[in-house]
Design a protein around this ligand. Structure first.
Ligand SMILES: [Zn+2]
Length: 454
């Protein structure tokens, strides 16, 4: 009898240990993984919540999202009551929850600090235990919209040209600038941090009626806008005809292809058909180069580095204008159409090319169709470009003065003869240099506005 009792105790102990092991093993499964994608830092009149919850090899059985502010908790979502949220189940174990969480949808929201809290639960192996996890994010609620007031006067915009506006944006930490259609140009602070100036452009391929607005936008997405342009002027663009011949194609195509591995194209053999490669260079490479040039805008100095009108290559003959609409012919047949976004200026071969104004060299190397190319940053998003050079006299990072020699003209890249291809850039986009060469425009349109704001 006693032996049997002992045996029973032993069995019970064994069972208890086994149950304990199962319980521990079951608890070692991973709890749900919670990722709060939005809001990032702040919400305002509007805002969005995006949470993803993933439970590998299990189902999420409980999920609750709440917003905590000033000791109160506002439920935003639960599995039993989804409310206005959208739930997307990408697979059995993966839920994505999204909903609006601005003041418009949560009227009790107050300006100030708040916290998003998410808890999620899944059952363990054999449903023995519950595995839970929690995540939270501290955010800011900004309900007061930013303000913007235009300070400068007389704003006229030429199609394909540039303009500047001076404005006050508050509070000083808001992102601000000018939006032309879907293109944004950032503003840069003047002496007073809430006073800013933004250069912008109405691009040659934007409609004359494209809306132009100064804007101030805070981290919560609240935005203030102001219109200020007095008038927009049409500038008819010229049409020109380019005759391609084998001599030209044989000279430029192999050299450009050699410098452009991104086109993934080998040069045709000597005497082969160069036209398909030329068309790829004239189209695809031109587009790639425009994107490379646009990326220089991010490297601009926040302060103005230049003074006075920009200088044009002395005594030069204008061979092509900004935004000439070119039609290309080969063997008497039309083969391509492109828009020429710069001025072609010719003097004599290997003439000294000078910096149009003071600034910092951002590029002094081969740049696709522009061959050997210098780009100078003049600050506040204004830059100048010099193409087809035969040699360089500057390197990246050099500070240059207005009129300083930066290289010699040439015919590298897509150039029919020795000339300088020159263009101005605003926010990385090509704009006509005619205005920047004009002392009256510089004084009246740019320097007057900056002076009046002082
Ligand atoms: Zn050109």
């Amino acid at each position: 009898m006693r032996r049997m009792f002992r045996w029973l105790i032993g069995l019970l102990l064994l069972a208890a240990v086994a149950a304990g092991v199962v319980y521990v093993v079951a608890g070692r499964g991973a709890p749900p993984q919670i990722v709060i994608t939005k809001p990032d830092r702040a919400i305002g009149q509007s805002g969005s919540l995006e949470v993803s919850v993933e439970a590998p090899n299990a189902r999420v059985t409980a999920l609750a999202i709440a917003l905590e502010q000033n000791g109160k908790s506002t439920p935003l979502f639960s599995l039993d009551n989804a409310g206005p949220a959208t739930v997307t189940q990408t697979d059995r174990n993966h839920l994505q929850i999204s909903r609006a969480i601005g003041k418009q949808t949560i009227p009790e929201l107050q300006s100030g600090a708040a916290r998003i809290v998410v808890t999620a639960t899944r059952p363990s192996l054999l449903n023995l235990r519950k595995l839970s996890s929690a995540a939270s994010r501290d955010i800011r609620v900004r309900l007061e919209p930013p303000r913007i007031a235009v300070v400068s006067t007389h704003h006229y915009v030429n199609h394909g040209g540039s303009e500047i506006v001076v404005y006050r944006a508050t509070p000083p930490d808001v992102a601000s600038g000018v939006r032309v259609g879907d293109v944004e140009y950032p503003g840069f602070p003047l002496n007073d941090p809430s006073l800013k100036a933004a250069f912008f452009a109405l691009l040659w391929d934007q409609d004359l009626h494209t809306p132009v607005q100064a804007f101030a936008r805070d981290e919560a997405g609240n935005e203030a806008k102001a219109t200020f342009v007095d008038n927009v002027f049409e500038k008819p663009f010229k049409a020109s005809r380019i005759e391609l011949d084998d001599r030209f194609l044989n000279r430029v195509v192999p050299e450009i292809l050699e410098h452009s591995p991104e086109l993934k194209m080998a040069a045709p053999p000597q005497g082969g058909d160069m036209l398909p490669a030329f068309l790829k260079i004239n189209g695809d490479l031109r587009r790639i180069n425009a994107e490379q040039i646009a990326a220089f805008a991010a490297k601009t100095s926040p302060t103005r580095l230049w003074q006075g009108p920009f200088v044009q290559l002395g005594n030069s003959k204008v061979e092509a204008h900004f935004a000439d609409h070119r039609t290309y012919f080969y063997g008497g047949k039309e083969v391509d159409r492109q828009v020429h976004l710069g001025f072609d200026l010719a003097v004599t071969t290997r003439i000294a090319v000078v910096a149009a104004n003071a600034g910092t060299v951002l590029n002094a190397s081969w740049l696709g169709i522009f061959g050997n190319c210098v780009v100078i940053d003049h600050g506040m998003g204004v830059q100048s470009l010099y193409g087809h050079l035969s040699s360089f006299d500057v390197k990246v990072g050099d500070r240059v003065e207005r009129g300083q020699t930066i290289g010699r003209s040439g015919m590298t890249g897509l150039a029919g003869g020795d000339h300088l291809h020159f263009t101005m850039l605003v926010g990385g986009r090509m704009v006509t240099p005619v205005e920047w060469w004009d002392p009256h425009w510089i004084t009246d349109r740019v320097e007057r506005k900056l002076k009046e704001a002082e």
